[in-house]
Design a protein around this ligand. Structure first.
Ligand code: HEC
Length: 180
């Protein structure tokens, strides 16, 4: 396990116990999203191959995120600077956080930065970087086979999410906590 670096925006204010609890809750939820996505992805790839797994990502990724959102009174998802699905594009401060993650990881490739901050609409948002890994290369790397490339192009004609190298910032988990 790589060490996570908790960073709370506005470092001039001390980390409150409530914030610490929120960070832990957020990590847990992000982990759950990651686990559910990867177990479905692996199962699909094993059973029917990569092209089929793209449909699973396309249909199941939003469903899994929605299920976790409902059961946690939050909006859970993923974003990136270069997106495959335009619905995942960063909004508001998210873009600035992604730029910060990019700069942080360029300086220190072994960190997985995360932040908890209060967004301009007053909601608490949590983001954690998702580094590119070897098992993502078939769909997000530089040498994508023609059949996979075609399958992606059919569903995502404006795909920007290829050409990543292992260790690059692929994207970020995103949790918007809703008020009780
Ligand atoms: C079988 C192909 C496939 C593999 C393997 C794969 N992805 Fe994806 N990825 C997709 C598809 C398709 C989407 C779009 C899902 C959607 O419509 O929400 C996506 C979306 C994403 C997003 C959301 C942002 C965006 O671009 O829309 C992130 C972040 C992401 N993938 C990271 C990863 C990581 C990290 C791995 C490896 C652990 C990985 N992916 C492996 C196909 C794949």
């Amino acid at each position: 396990m790589k060490a996570l670096i908790p960073i709370v925006f506005l470092l001039s204010t001390p980390v409150l116990a409530d914030d610490q609890q929120r960070i832990e809750q957020s990590r847990h939820l992000a982990m759950e999203l990651q686990q559910q996505l990867s177990s479905e992805l692996m199962a699909a790839m094993k059973a029917q191959g990569l092209v089929h797994a793209i449909s699973v990502c396309n249909e199941r990724a939003p469903d899994i995120a929605e299920g976790l959102s409902k059961s946690n009174n939050a909006v859970v998802g993923r974003t990136a600077l270069r997106v495959r699905n335009p619905n995942n594009a960063p909004m508001g401060e998210q873009k600035a956080v992604m730029d910060y993650f990019q700069a942080r990881m360029a300086k220190d490739p072994n960190t997985v930065p995360e932040v908890l901050f209060t967004a301009s609409n007053g909601e608490q948002h949590y983001m954690r970087a998702i580094p590119m890994q070897p098992q993502c290369a078939a769909c997000h790397g530089s040498n994508i086979t023609p059949d996979v490339r075609n399958a992606i192009a059919q569903k995502y004609p404006n795909d920007q999410a290829t050409g990543f190298e292992v260790g690059d910032l692929r994207g970020s988990f995103l949790i918007r906590w809703l008020e009780e």
